[in-house]
Design a binder for this molecule. Sequence first.
Ligand code: A2P
Length: 339
Amino acid sequence: MSRLFNVAVAGATGAVGNQMITCLDERDFPVKEITFLASSRSAGKKLKFRGDQVVVQEMTEDSFEGIDIALFSAGGSTSERFAPFAARAGCVVIDNSSAWRMDPDVPLIVPEVNPHAIARYTNKGIIANPNCSTIQMVVPLAPIHRKAGIKRIVVSTYQAVSGTGKKAIDELFNQTRAMINFLDYKTEVYPHRIAFNCLPHIDVFLDNGYTKEEMKMVHETRKILEDDTIGVTATTVRVPVFFGHSESVNIETHKKMTPAEVKELMEKSPGIKLVDNPSENVYPLAINAAGIDDTLVGRIREDESIENGINMWIAADNIRKGAATNAVQIAELLAKDYL
Ligand code: A2P
């Protein structure tokens, strides 16, 4: 019989944690025993896993004895504090926060792109899951980079509120309901109303005028594609969508690729569904990406303003491929090839 693993989900009560639990079940991950961890606020709550009711425990420094793999999605500071204790207990952490992503000793993994880098998990016992917007961008860009060499990327994102967590999902719902009923609304999660609005502001602003989310896309893309020469500039925008991030991506390549060649490459690359028939109104939509694991790619066309340029529109489920599915895929590779 193949090996079964003791798995913990840290942040089990959150939007991504919940999806991690679903993904472990859906993908038949070989779980021996499951442990659900969250803050003291949720201790004692029960969550379902494969027909069993599992009691949520408060995460402490001692929560990881006997755990083989811990999927973390409990925020950056929580992860910074607890992941080292988990690793010291001999458990491999797959962390969805930004806390460890740029640590040179921590591999940053998208299984379709750089699975070989997982081997470096032994440095710290931690593997980082990239930012949701970066994951869905590098899935289609990696095969293009291998074939034609990417010189520069200009990306604008249209990001769903679920990326901020459960409270933001409630805020969009409550503001929308209040507004269509001509009632007063509250603004608690975001600095401005998100209902019927677009906010060019995700995470905090940095000294260079970019947001941290924008700079995550720059640094993480280079680390995953293992090429620091790629120029990346990003504008990240929160939009009133519940699930599914969309992105407008413009790339300049070293070698020329025609739109037909890019489409052919997309069709044979893993994790991608080509959705590109504009004359029939067929293109990637957040509402079609929500609930599935594929990254949808379409609107592929030449950037006629430069020699070697391509434009595309990408949509993916930010909670699934952008977070939980990617983490569980990493766990699958870890279980199969390393543990
Ligand atoms: P809790 O529900 O008990 O607050 P989201 O991103 O959807 O808001 O979810 C965040 C997740 O991280 C939740 O499961 C939350 O638990 C968990 N979390 C937040 N702070 C801590 C902490 N200090 N220790 C453990 N889990 C935490």
